[in-house]
Write a protein that binds this ligand. Structure first.
Ligand SMILES: Cc1cc2nc3c(=O)[nH]c(=O)nc-3n(C[C@H](O)[C@H](O)[C@H](O)COP(=O)(O)O)c2cc1C
Length: 329
């Protein structure tokens, strides 16, 4: 187990330790990122932002693309199908002060695939490279990164398109790639292929490679480092309901016993998360948003089933506090 907290770089952005918050549609908004940063997350990403939507009202940004002065370093992730619109969106992110521009070539959602976005591009290496080049040219000095899956189709054993995209992107000047070790076709089923992640790092020893997939807890994050040699790992579902995972990873890396929050500490963090969300969205939308986080937090609770039901019924701030008072004593 490493006894030091290794730093790593995405272009000129230095990241204090190598466990970062992944882009998570519906979850990695400003309130959740603020909370994760307070637990030690050194780098976060927005959820995927559709290039065209970003540009609709540049002076009144969508909630999902909002950030603030403390929310750095931050990657803005964009998704789209054309080099020109992706480049225009990247330029906007650059102007708005995002530290990194991340390109989503991984999303497996049917609507994205039908519209030739996200994971669709894993099967179109030339388009992927063209978009990467256009975005790098439009991003000023901001580093550009790619989110990839290991292949488009499960039976693409040769991964030929993957290697063409990765090599083309690094040749074009991409600062890092983040690889989710599943194919687009399998979406989220089956185990992520960590051996593939190891082969990617082996092929690009001098480039930044970040691993994603099956990082359920801090132990898994540590195992991914040891088994694959990647430079950083990207926490996704493992951070939902457990923002302590960043602190827990530090404990493991420094040889300490892993921090486990008491019920009372969980209550304090959930109170703060609710406060951040309702301040950001207003009470109605903030409460609606927090219901799905509540369901995730419930998994850590001894009465998880009953607590989930209680969170689903929450309608306002008073209900949220009442659920916390009832279950977290
Ligand atoms: C609810 C949800 C939303 C996601 N949204 C995004 C996204 O907007 N952009 C992206 O690149 N990946 C997204 N992902 C993929 C994750 O970043 C990550 O690569 C994937 O969940 C694998 O990691 P895990 O098995 O540790 O969860 C999403 C995953 C989930 C479960």
């Amino acid at each position: 187990m490493p006894k030091e907290l290794k730093t790593f770089r995405i272009g000129d952005v230095e990241i204090d330790f190598p466990v970062i918050l992944a882009p998570l549609a519906g979850y990695s908004d400003l309130p959740f990122r603020t909370l994760c940063r307070s637990m030690g997350a050194p780098f976060c990403a927005t959820e995927m932002l559709l290039d065209r939507c970003l540009m609709v009202k540049p002076n009144k940004p969508l909630y999902i693309s909002r950030s603030d002065d403390d929310d750095h370093p931050i990657a803005g992730q964009i998704i789209g199908s054309e080099p020109e619109t992706m480049a225009a969106a990247a330029e906007l992110l650059d102007r708005r002060g995002f530290d990194v521009v991340d390109l989503n070539f991984a999303c497996p959602v049917r609507k994205a695939l039908r519209r030739k976005r996200g994971g669709y591009i894993m099967g179109e290496p030339e388009l992927a490279i063209e978009i990467t080049r256009a975005v790098i040219a439009a991003s000023g000095k901001r580093p550009v990164t790619l989110k990839l899956r290991r292949a488009f189709k499960e039976n693409d054993r040769e991964h030929e398109a993957f290697w063409r995209i990765a090599e083309g992107a690094f040749d074009a000047g991409a600062a890092a790639i983040c690889v989710h070790g599943r194919s687009v076709e399998t979406r989220y089923t089956g185990p992520a292929d960590w051996e593939f992640l190891a082969s990617v790092k082996k092929r690009f020893p001098n480039n930044t490679v970040i691993g994603s997939g099956d990082l359920k807890n801090a132990h898994a994050a540590m195992d991914m480092f040891e088994q694959t040699g990647v430079d950083g790992v990207s926490i996704a579902r493992g951070g939902l309901g457990n923002p302590w995972i960043f602190r827990q990873w530090c404990d493991l890396a420094e040889g300490r016993e892993m921090y486990m929050p008491t019920l009372l500490e969980q209550k304090e963090v959930m109170t703060e998360h609710f406060r951040l969300a309702t301040e950001f969205y207003g009470e109605v939308r903030g409460t609606r948003n927090m219901r799905k986080f509540g369901i995730k937090y419930a998994t850590m609770h001894p009465k998880a089933k009953k607590l989930r039901v209680a969170f689903v019924a929450v309608k306002n701030a008073a209900d949220w506090l009442a659920v916390l008072d009832n279950f977290y004593t």
